[in-house]
Design a protein around this ligand. Sequence first.
Ligand SMILES: [Zn+2]
Length: 110
Amino acid sequence: MHWVRDIWQALKAWAAPTRRVAAVVEGDTPTSLPRRDLVLLTEGGEPWSAVMLCPCGCGQRVELPLLPQVKPRWRLEVDSQGLPTLHPSVWLTCGCKSHFFLRKGKIIWV
Ligand SMILES: [Zn+2]
């Protein structure tokens, strides 16, 4: 019955609020983060990290390094509508152990 799950997942993704890049911050991680949106951290105008709160609602901060020389690292693309896509998926190793993709501003649970 995989198709039932697939349709359910697609419905959930469709109904979920879209996430955007809320702010671009020069320097360190801000102490408070928006509930849903991403904050992009830059250093000298170059993005080095993306920060968001865990989409499961646990309140955990998810920091995603973007620098090519750092491992692990993520690639962040923002389309013309301001919708972010992250590669690869995000898999939290502690706390809620959430595993998800962010594609065009939508969380896709794995
Ligand atoms: Zn969580």
